[in-house]
Design a protein around this ligand. Sequence first.
Ligand code: IDP
Ligand code: MG
Length: 218
Amino acid sequence: MLLLQRSVFKRLLQHFYSGNQGNAKSLVPAALPAGAAGHRNKSRRITFHSIAVPGERERTLIAIKPDGVQRRLVGQIMQRFEQRGFKLVGLKMLQVSEDLLSQHYCDLRTKPFYPSLLDYMSSGPVVVMVTFLSSLILVWEGHKVVQTSRTMVGHTNPAEAQAGTVRGDFSFHVSRNVVHASDSPEGAQREIQLWFHSKELLKWECCDQTITCEDAKA
Ligand code: IDP
Ligand code: MG
């Protein structure tokens, strides 16, 4: 109990000394059910509303590229993210325009493979989704959905991707690596705005949140 209070106090100090002194309530993840962020407070006099861990609302963009769609891998790939506990908040299938692709891959414009990358990505429909992890345990530990999804997707070059990753299990060449995942929280934010209108992203309560969350059991 003492340890818990110390940890909460430490996080509060970190939050305020990091210069982020906005309204603490606004820092509660939007997807948490009303009251969930403070549900175990009463008996223990702890206010989780005040705890702001950087990245707790982190979201990421994952896209199943045209080869993944053509090879009917959509279900298997999505299953991995669902299984891990990712919460889906946006999903669509589209034929991507060259304009969107050039914005999405603006950092790679000077790369020799850029023209073939655009050809590849526009060769057929893409399934794109926005996800995040909303359980309280991850709020506590520092919410790392971008990093977690990159680990699950594996190395850019499938030849170097570990078995068990999406690229390591479903592909063997860098020119056809099946899936995209944002590589940083900032990149994710930019990409989500590029691919989705805000009204296409849903706020909803996951019914397993109190089961998958260690905090809720205490
Ligand atoms: P990432 O997708 O793992 O973030 P990036 O370096 O951002 O990797 O490259 C974007 C995409 O460009 C890759 O996923 C892959 O489809 C393609 N790509 C990267 N390097 C090469 C290459 O050397 N040859 C062909 N395509 C490449
Ligand atoms: Mg990248």
